[in-house]
Design a protein around this ligand. Structure first.
Ligand code: COA
Length: 208
């Protein structure tokens, strides 16, 4: 298995920045807490779909203590200025669904300062490979604003709608050999979905 416990990959972004992708570890808890405090209200809201302003200890523990099979998470990290520690750039995780062992909920977050530089792509590509290697065939996601444009955008991304409520749409994206549908989903998440009705009140979501 290429994405087993010792997985570690070094990348250079288009702008020359060096990034390492590896599994999350218990020791990442403090950096996860710190990086979370740098996220804009919009990024937090788009990740969690509600206003999460702090990560409490139980959330940090859940996010960092993964089993590497049903719950897998990768971090993208860079070096700190003194080269002594890692700085978190982003995290991607999947959690296998109880009762649907070939499906998993997936989420990706990149810190605002590093967005739109290719980190999301790196993380999602690695996550998809790890999922396939562990028997997962589709990622499940959720978006707010169950209105016409969202449905249309999801259809363009090749997503299959599973559930729709007045507040949100739950969809699946197949993990085919190529990552095109995933890339489309990421682009939508990075750009257009956040600009749709339903997310316009983001300025009200600043930490209190
Ligand atoms: C979605 C997210 C993870 C993307 O991460 P990223 O590192 O910025 O993504 P990348 O730089 O790899 O870009 C991915 C694609 O989105 C496009 N993109 C990125 N930021 C964009 C922006 N602000 N506007 C338009 N397009 C954008 C890129 O051009 C790229 O498109 P391509 O595939 O055609 O090249 C990041 O924006 C984020 O953390 N958002 C908040 C949380 C979230 O929405 N997560 C997804 C749902 S869980």
């Amino acid at each position: 298995m290429r994405t087993g416990p010792g997985f570690l990959e070094h990348h250079v972004l288009a702008d020359g920045a060096k990034v390492t992708v590896r599994h999350i570890a218990d020791g990442d808890a403090d950096e996860l807490r710190r990086a979370f405090t740098t996220l804009s209200p919009e990024t937090r809201y788009r990740r969690f779909l509600w206003d999460v302003s702090t990560l409490d200890d139980s959330m940090v523990r859940y996010f960092t203590h993964v089993d590497g099979h049903d719950h897998v998470a990768f971090v993208a990290v860079g070096d700190s200025p003194d080269m002594k520690s890692d700085v978190g750039y982003g995290v991607a995780r999947f959690v296998r669904l109880a009762g649907e062992p070939d499906a998993a909920e997936a989420a990706v977050t990149v810190v605002d300062a590093l967005q739109n530089r290719g980190v999301g792509h790196l993380l999602l590509h690695t996550l998809a490979e790890a999922a396939r290697e562990r028997g997962i065939r589709r990622f499940r996601g959720e978006v707010l604003a169950a209105n016409g444009p969202v449905r249309q955008l999801l259809a363009e991304a090749g997503a299959v709608v599973q559930r729709e409520t007045p507040e949100s749409i739950t969809f699946d994206i197949a993990l085919d050999r190529d990552d095109l549908p995933l890339a489309r989903w990421l682009r939508l998440a990075a750009d257009r979905l956040s600009a749709l009705p339903g997310l316009h009140a983001l300025h009200d979501l600043a930490p209190r």
